[in-house]
Design a protein around this ligand. Sequence first.
Ligand code: CP
Length: 302
Amino acid sequence: MRTKPSSLLGIEALDRDAIVSLLRLARRMDPAKAKPVLRGRHIVLLFYEPSTRTRVSFELAAHALGATTYVVHATASSIEKGESLLDTGRTLRAIGADLIVIRHPSSGAPSLLARHLNIPIVNAGDGMHEHPTQALLDAFTIERHKRKLAGLRIAVIGDIYHSRVARSDIHLLSKFGARLTLCGPAELVPDVAATLAPGLRVTRRVDEALADADVVMLLRVQKERFTGTELRPEHYISAYQLTPERLRRARRNALVMHPGPMIRGMELTDEVADGAQSVVLEQVQNGVHIRMAVLARSLGAA
Ligand code: CP
């Protein structure tokens, strides 16, 4: 089936049907047995910030579908000489890019490109705004284990204020009726975070957030985005680090998730990161399925 080419800029603007359709398509994607439906298409990965998981899984996904990829890093391109985002995008389009995957430190950068270029743009993380493919792969991972999203108790612990992953996850999981409790110190989880979606709870007490949780979603403390707020690591560790003892407050089969990169010893202990409940590496693997679905859909070859 050919669908209309389209950008993926965020989760907030997507309706439930669009999300369900992408998750269903991702379930049909198998990187080992993929069809080259994107043969002859050129995908540019335009990364203004570092990435391991997102960049590599987009490349694997594109190759599995037969597309060619070109990676442009801000530090090793004409961006370093002062070229603007729009000029960079127009240049890549003129050279032959059929789709641009972009990661950028400024919220809204992917939308700007989408408004000015007549090719699909896929947001791989923009500032503190959204990281839509991460939320899709998180939902995909939860559904594989729990068979549903509605009604699940999900504790979201860590740096929510600076996290684009948090925003996309909150929008997606709330749309599907999950019950989210946001937890962390006020510098990282301001009370106003409760207004991101209907029904959110905010607590400073990690035991309260973890009580009977079906899923524990940890978020990285994003020191690169701090602008003067003081966070004492020893306080964070004593109040919020996920330890095996604290994890026992959650349900016995609760999933432990983290988008990565994990800061071991601060956000969680090694026992939890590598424990039986951790699905962190599964999240990464599922990212390839999701990104195959997104690329195929965005280029109208779903
Ligand atoms: N989760 C995530 O976006 O990881 P990377 O920064 O390694 O891509």
